[in-house]
Design a protein around this ligand. Structure first.
Ligand code: PMP
Length: 437
């Protein structure tokens, strides 16, 4: 193998991975709950790769399905000339989504799903003769991907700053329940009235100009912020009262993370659209999708000709045959192994073990729901500095997970055993015990 530095030399990740070129930390193989580095050292995966490998790594059924599909039909542009497996995949997804959200638009990533959902929302309002509804509302600390629509919705100023003027910032709902929900197991009991902040934005912008509200049911990559009981219900009620569409970005929470197929079902709130990606193929192929309420689809497609506008949108790789094969095989594994229920069952033990870290001086907050947890660390130095260091130390100690700022994020695969959870928590304790408050 060539020396590491020269391997990285020709690749420009353009990410905050500051010392990538100096000391790249590579993985070369993966199986089940483990990554293996190029030297063969096992590293347990605490975050399903990046919220994708819900059924664990290296699933032979998926590899076989993809290989077979590539031999049978390697490519067709689906919006132009589709193929049977695209319909099979759409149907399999629609069987998991809340009732009525059964029109599935295929894309290739979470970011594309978000931008696509924004366009569908706009097309819907236009078709209803309400084309002035163009204001999108999102939340502080929201992450909705890196394309221009999603960057406009971002509640992270850093994600938007360099693109000012092109990415228009959306009005942001306040998102301040963290102070009230320190060390909250599941949904905090108080704070539902924070949803009333939407009324403030409606007063400022005019309900008749607002197109939709985008939320991650659990804000994922910004630290696992679980909504208070009643909060999402209240958002839904306000949207209904004012003709706003509600979009759940379930790119992370989709496919079992919260104990049900989608967080919409865990929280019993039905959005109008759901964006998804990541675990849709168990991570084995790039794919995303938007599940659309069939009434929205019908309105766009069947509106009177003078009111309708062409919904011109689609990607060459939408519903790529290999991605559809991976999707159908992955969803088949989730069903056959009853993985959403299995994850729900494991979540009590998982959360108990995660909360056992609360005694460490460096841990200032823990939030958890389902098989999903955020561990907030006391900052040391610049914001994010400790999180960055901890993430590297954990990898060296044999654990792969994500940190955002100073929060460590855990999202183990739904196939994890209690022994895997123990191993993850043991490495975390061993590393975090060396960090002071
Ligand atoms: N939305 C949410 C809620 C996400 O967490 C992410 C990625 N972490 C995205 C969108 C973007 O997905 P992708 O990286 O596949 O474009």
């Amino acid at each position: 193998t060539p020396p590491r530095a020269s391997l990285a030399e020709f690749w420009l990740p353009f990410t905050p991975n500051r010392d990538f070129k100096k000391a790249p930390k590579l993985v070369a193989r993966a199986e089940g709950m483990y990554y293996y580095d190029p030297q063969g050292r096992p590293i347990i995966d605490g975050v399903s790769g990046l919220f994708a490998s819900a059924a664990g790594h290296g699933r032979a059924e998926i590899a076989e399905a993809v290989g077979q599909q590539l031999r049978e039909l390697d490519f067709t542009a689906s919006f132009y000339r589709s193929h049977p497996l695209a319909f099979t995949a759409a149907r399999a997804i629609s069987e998991l989504t809340p009732d009525g959200l059964d029109r599935i638009f295929f894309v290739n990533s979470g970011s594309e799903a978000v931008d696509t959902a924004m366009k569908i929302v706009l097309a819907y309002h236009r078709a209803r003769g309400e084309g002035q509804r163009t204001v999108f509302i999102s939340r502080e600390r929201a992450y909705h991907g890196v394309n221009f629509g999603g960057v406009s919705l971002s509640g992270l100023v850093n994600n938007r700053r360099a693109f000012g003027g092109v990415a228009t910032p959306a009005p942001l709902l306040r998102h301040t329940w963290r102070a009230e929900s320190v060390f909250s197991h599941g949904q905090p009991d108080t704070g539902a009235d924070l949803a009333d902040d939407l009324l403030r934005l409606i007063a400022v912008h005019g309900a008749e100009n607002i197109a939709a509200v985008f939320v991650e049911p659990i804000a994922g990559s910004t630290g696992v912020l679980v909504p208070p009981r009643g909060y999402l219900e209240r958002l839904r009620a306000i949207c209904d009262a004012h003709g706003l569409l509600l979009v759940f970005d379930e790119v992370i929470t989709g496919f079992g993370r919260t104990g049900r197929a989608f967080a919409a079902q865990s929280f019993k709130v039905r959005p109008d659209l759901i964006t998804m990606a990541k675990a849709i193929t168990n991570g084995a192929q790039p794919m995303g999708a938007v599940a659309v309420d069939r009434r929205i689809h019908d309105q766009i497609v069947h509106s009177a000709p003078e009111e309708s506008i062409e919904f011109f949108h689609g990607y060459t790789w939408s519903a790529h045959p290999a991605a559809c094969a991976a999707c159908v095989a992955a969803l088949d594994i989730y069903a056959r192994e009853n993985l959403f229920a299995r994850g729900a069952e494991l979540s009590a033990y998982f959360q108990q073990r995660v909360f056992s870290l609360a005694d460490l001086p460096a841990v200032t907050d823990i939030r958890a729901y389902g098989l999903f947890a955020g561990i907030e660390l006391a900052p040391a130095g610049k914001p994010g500095e400790r999180g960055y260091r901890v993430q590297k130390e954990l990898f060296d100690a044999g654990l792969h997970l994500k940190t955002t700022g100073d929060a460590a994020i855990l999202a183990p695969a739904l196939i994890a055993s209690p022994a895997h959870i123990d191993e993850i928590i043991d490495v975390l304790r061993r590393v975090l015990v060396c960090h002071s408050a």
